[in-house]
Design a protein around this ligand. Sequence first.
Ligand code: LLP
Length: 432
Amino acid sequence: MICSNLSVSFDGHLLFAGQDTVSLANEYGTPLYLMDEARIRERCRTYLDAVNEAFAGNAKVLYASKAASFKRIYEIMREEGMGTDVVSMGEIYTAKRAGFDLSLAYFHSNNKTDEDVAYAMDNGVGHFVVDNVEELYAIDRIAREKGIKQAVLLRLTPGIDPHTYAAISTGKVDSKFGSAIETGQALEITKIALSLENVNLLGFHCHVGSQVFDSDVYIRASSVMLKFISTAKDALGFEAVELDIGGGYGVRYTEDDPVIDIRANIFSVAEHMKKCADELGIKLPCVCFEPGRSIVADAGLTLYSVGTIKDIPGYKTYVSVDGGMTDNIRHALYGAPYTFYAADNMTAEADMECSVVGRCCESGDIVGENVLLPRETTRGTILACLTTGAYHYSMASNYNRVAKPPVVMINEGKSYVAVRRETPEDVASLDL
Ligand code: LLP
């Protein structure tokens, strides 16, 4: 099994976090997002323990809440002592409702509107990660109007290719995010930030990509960023006190994906950064990590019920499920692969090749290609799609006015609803 929170019961059912997925499907209905609370907490602790030890306490872990954003997640992050990265008024509002201390939040986005900026300041968001010069001036202006000095980091593009899907690669110079070091724009925005009275420049940020397995990607990115910090010190006399190196560690969607030892990786990044800082003659700033996917991805799976099975002789077999691109857009968007199991028939041989498709009126509504399922899969079979804790609920849509599934958490042998199932009335509730 690709993840240690999965096992099989004596009667051939898939167990997730020790719970029978078929019983949970019967209790809560399908489609259903399940999440393993203990796994989420374990991942937070892995990061927190590793950064505290490797950087002797001079480091932070910020949960990138775009991966899965709902009230209960922020409560868990609060309890675990994590910071968070937020990207919209909606995420700020949700974190606030969970009682999350927003002074620990970092506000991202490449195009914050004046309304976003004012909302974040009014709610006490501690740090802004500034993407560009226009935004920097807007933050300074709005902070002045509010009589505050806003702490900021500047998002820079280090010019690193992380070898992931093009749509989630962000560290290259040609990117909509950040100010490029290579073009001189990074030094320029630093100079401007230092000249503004209502911003307090703390340091820099970069995020090179997501679902990254290149073990040296953070090593390469941190070399570039620390070199820039030393350049800014020499050119402008500015010594950064924070360096946020973003998120990105990849997770296992299939057996082909490698396992990343996050703790070991953090230790080698720390070692490298300390050496680099020494060589450059700079003090190592407080280092922030911003993991999203690697905190929640394998703490989640989706359960579907099989409906129609269509065999087109000489072509393909289509297995339709009661969800699809509305709860999992990642296959349609990135061609992302997944692992599927017949959750109620785990001991049968998976010998039928098929495409698992959703029920939207669109041919691209596919969640898995070349999937192997048991031949006896039939209407009513419960299908599990693994590793859906990150970027599934948060990217779910109401296309075709399909209602979103609930998020049910499992903890200490019990299950509870963290987000309830939408109804057709919810979906139409904004129509005037
Ligand atoms: N920090 C920043 C500034 C980010 O933009 C992201 C992700 C993260 C941290 C967290 O990265 P992670 O640890 O989750 O890789 N929808 C795509 C992923 C988009 C990632 C966007 N930014 C997907 O489903 O694969």
